[in-house]
Design a protein around this ligand. Structure first.
Ligand SMILES: [Zn+2]
Ligand SMILES: [Zn+2]
Length: 219
């Protein structure tokens, strides 16, 4: 089966050196890319300017944007500066006209949350398409990657919609084994904190704490 672009990207991620949730990784990469495209390349698009003008930015997207700017130092701040200028100026003027900000009520949520609303569903669908392919199943089994609980539930939901019991029977034991491995590593990490212990904590055991945290992340 030929993979689409997203599926291909997900498959490449699985083959790479990943230890947390590969679906979270792909989603994060897509969100950052969309934000960059919007804030840097869409300043001339009237509809976008109109839509974002009276909206706000949630904490998650604020953090992601800051992070992506740090990762890519070649991007200049001109695009976002123009958009933020517009947003603040418009909202400040609105404040003069109407202290209760009535105009904002339609779009008081984070612009990026609404814009990217269907992204998690699309990403999970791509991940499902890859994971049900024998090549994808094998790569997932071979990597250190563990799918977070939220994404795993979404995957099972997609499989359920497709009446794909075979997928559930294949993927469930693999994920289960990964979770067992993770809890074993965490247990080692915990036990080695005993005062009587003199064996050093391995890197994998230390990493298990971070992965456990990610596995419980609410997406
Ligand atoms: Zn995830
Ligand atoms: Zn948001």
């Amino acid at each position: 089966m030929a993979f689409s672009q997203s599926e291909h990207d997900f498959f490449e991620l699985l083959k790479g050196d990943i230890n947390g949730c590969p679906i979270c990784s792909l989603e994060e990469e897509r969100v950052k890319r969309s934000m960059k495209v919007l804030l840097y390349e869409s300043i001339t698009k009237r509809q976008f300017r109109k839509d974002i003008r009276f909206s706000r930015i949630c904490r998650k997207h604020y953090d992601m944007f800051n992070q992506s700017v740090k990762e890519d130092l070649t991007v200049a701040g001109l695009g976002p500066a123009i958009i933020f200028w517009d947003m603040i100026k418009s909202q400040s003027e609105e404040m003069d006209k109407n202290p209760l900000f009535k105009k904002r009520q339609k779009s008081q949520d984070c612009y990026f949350c609404s814009y990217l609303e269907t992204l998690p569903e699309r990403i999970t669908q791509s991940a499902y398409n890859v994971l049900k392919d024998p090549k994808g199943t094998k790569s997932f089994k071979d990597t250190q990657a563990v799918v977070c609980f939220d994404h795993f539930e979404r995957l099972l939901k997609v499989a359920g919609k497709n009446k794909d019991k075979a997928f559930i029977h294949t993927i469930q034991p693999i994920q289960k084994a990964k979770l067992e491995r993770l809890t074993d590593q965490l247990r080692q990490f915990i036990d080695k904190h005993d005062y009587a212990n003199h064996v050093k904590i391995t890197q994998e055991e230390a990493l298990s704490l971070k992965i456990a945290f990610q596995t419980l992340l609410k997406i």
